[in-house]
Design a protein around this ligand. Sequence first.
Ligand code: SF4
Length: 382
Amino acid sequence: MSHALLAPSSAHRWLTCPPSARLEKQFPDVETTAAAEGTFAHLYAETTLQHFYKRSDVNTESLKENKFYDGNLEENVAVYTDTVIEKFNRAKSKDKGAALYLEKEFDLSEFVPASYGHADAVIICDDSIEVIDLKYGAGVAVRAKDNPQLRLYALGVYSELSFLYDDIKQVTVTIIQPRNGGISSDTLTVDELLDWGEKIKPIAQMAYVGDGDFKAGEHCKFCKAANRCKALAEYQMKAVKTDFDDPDLLTDEELVEILATADETIKWLNNVTEYMLNETLQNGKRWEGFKLVAGRSTRKIVDAEKAAEILKDNGGTDEQIWKPKELLGITALEKNFGKKKLAEMLKPVIEKPAGAPTLVPVTDPREELHNVQNDFDKLEES
Ligand code: SF4
């Protein structure tokens, strides 16, 4: 699927760091497994809805052979399709002329140069539009409030449809993320939306020509330039480069400063290391002062049945040779039976023990363990 240089899906990045869009062009598109799974989930969702509304004869049966299909995916996608169906039913009960558009394409070039996209589902009812977006990712929670991607979808959809529905006054954007956080919405008037569109126009123009200042932050996570970007390297090395007060020992404050950025810095360092290794493996790139060697490896039995036969011939018993039968882990069982169904079936035999103590920022929503020794004793007992 081709993407505009300033695609709505990367808007958070190019609105925060305008030159990133042009810089990213220097790096190839690599489709991750998570992205491929997301594309399949969208196809499954669209096929379900098109068939449900009798707009297509194709049902989801043909998709069940796909490597990404399992009970879990069906259950998760159903959170989105059921919500769309429910919202459209409600819209039709309020307004007989309510309309549902699926995979609605739009042109955004009035606000963002050469940009376009499509919205998963759009419901028009009375004087309002609702744009609904399925997010299949589980890693990063995405919310609808002030979300630039969804606002661009809303701008694009409004621009496409306002000539057909000239009394639209209000726009709601909804994100359905079944695997991380569920459903969230944000509503604004058409005037607020158009004002926002005018505000981002100069930034979009700057991003289109590659002007503006580089700005690193959490938006760098999916930037294709991240492994070679100087602004991000400087940002990540900030903790390491702190001018320490005491010449010998770090103060508490300095340790806290290091801990606050440690997770992010470790991830970045791992990504850079992996990028450099891949450059060598795939493109033969040599790095000054480094060489490619075989990593450490452990011995493994390549033919388990044959090995068991030999051990048995030499007097081994089944108990000495084979592992006891073991239940699959919860994640694997969820894949086979579906998350909801498994939770219902195994309710009497599932418990969630307390996790090991960990230091997290004070903004983390989990309750603080106060009396460390007592709380830790309780954890050990449980
Ligand atoms: S990695 Fe971050 S700072 Fe660098 S170009 Fe990408 S978004 Fe901008």
